[in-house]
Ligand binder design. Structure first.
Ligand code: UDP
Length: 374
């Protein structure tokens, strides 16, 4: 089977540091190829994931351009999608697996009847784009999947009619996680993720002071990856405003620190050494790559019981979850009694790349099967 995997024009695959969707694709593709699939990756020029073929219009990721006015960036996705459609014209692709928000879904629906079947993975909060999701009609050739069961329950009926279920996210860190040696823990909690209101870094920072625990915040603020980048930041960016108004007042460089974007071994060691990975969610986190990464690194998860968290975390065994924001601070202390080996074993059982790839291959086969006559 030859799959066109559409990663979009925003970041390279694998990403250097932050990159939720690109990380998922970098985890999925090697396993699909190991299972015999050929992969044509639609991406940007500086992606270095091994694939059979690459389609790229842009030499590098356009992520930073998302800050520019709409009329200056509205050509980015169409230029990328145009190249994808031209590649499909060659007629040798068996299936398109698309990850481009909104535009990927409509591209698949707009392809003619001779196009291959398409699967669009919904990585987002499905209450977005109500006009699109509420009226979507991809016929029988376009299917969608969620990244958690909870996420699909928030989808409008028109979109849900195209759903073939959900596939939980995975991480290469889960491979052999149950056999890895214990990590020496240090007394701090970590919040790993984009600094944005939905991820609740303001709540984490406030609780660190009131409940008395050290906190490290890691992740970008909009396109700004490091504290020094913030000096020249566009103050109109909503995440920059959130940082200055809601989070920074609690960041004293001692009890609460922001270390910017962390990548590779530094990210893994920051998470593995933490006593707790904190997810003070204010939105329904759809898939939570950082959640499964934390478990694979032997760090129990403490967070608000919404979105994918109750599906990924077993309360009392691999983490502690609550619907009460004020209780979170106490749970950070209580989670110290959880076993890191339980977290790693759960990740090795449920969140390996092989598990995710097998699930996607199952979906590919299901949506490629000819529709029975009558
Ligand atoms: N990430 C990272 N460095 C950072 C912050 C995040 O490598 O400083 C990675 C994190 O490990 C995860 C991804 O970015 O793999 C974020 O994905 P997730 O699904 O958790 O959140 P999203 O941003 O997609 O909502």
């Amino acid at each position: 089977m030859r799959v066109l995997m559409n990663a979009g024009p925003w970041l390279p695959v694998p990403p250097r540091g932050y990159g939720g969707i690109e990380n998922v694709i970098a985890t999925l593709v090697p396993e699909l190829r190991r299972l015999g699939a050929e992969v044509v990756l639609a991406t940007v020029g500086d992606s270095d994931l091994a694939v059979e073929e690459r389609v790229a219009v842009f030499p590098s990721g356009r992520f930073d351009e998302l800050q520019r006015p709409y009329n200056q960036v509205c050509g980015v996705v169409p230029a990328h999608q145009h190249a994808v459609v031209r590649r499909l014209d060659r007629g040798d692709i068996d299936l398109v697996h698309d990850h481009v928000e909104a535009a990927g879904l409509t591209m698949l629906a707009g392809l003619g009847p001779d196009a291959p079947p398409g699967l669009h993975t919904l990585h987002w909060d499905l209450r977005k784009h109500p006009e699109l999701y509420g009226t979507f009609d991809g016929g029988s050739r376009v299917r969608v999947n969620g990244v958690s069961a909870d996420q699909l329950t928030h989808a409008p009926e028109a979109l849900r009619a195209h759903a073939v279920g959900h596939v939980h996210l995975a991480t290469p860190l889960a491979d052999g996680a149950d056999r890895r040696a214990r990590t020496e823990k240090s007394p701090y909690a970590v919040v790993l993720g984009r600094i944005t209101p939905g991820k609740g870094q303001d709540l984490a920072a406030r609780l660190a002071h009131s409940a008395g625990f050290d906190l490290v915040l890691a992740g970008p603020i909009g396109p700004y990856r490091q504290p020094a980048d913030l000096l020249a930041a566009d103050q109109r960016n909503p995440d920059v405003r959130f940082w200055h108004e809601e989070v920074a007042p609690h960041v004293d460089g001692d009890r609460v620190r922001w270390v910017g974007t962390v990548a590779g071994a530094a990210r893994d060691s920051l998470v593995a050494s933490a006593e707790v990975a904190l997810f003070p969610l204010r939105w329904n986190e759809p898939g939570g790559t950082a959640v499964v990464e934390s478990l694979a690194l032997g760090t129990p998860v403490v967070g608000i019981a919404r979105g994918c968290l109750p599906e990924l975390v077993e309360h009392g065994r691999t983490g502690l979850i609550t619907t009460d924001e004020e209780e979170l601070g106490e749970l950070v202390h209580a989670a110290r009694r959880l076993e890191e080996a339980e977290c790693r074993a759960e990740a090795a059982r449920r969140f390996t790349p092989a598990t995710m790839a097998a699930a996607y291959l199952g979906l590919y086969e299901r949506i490629s099967a000819p529709v029975p006559a009558g």
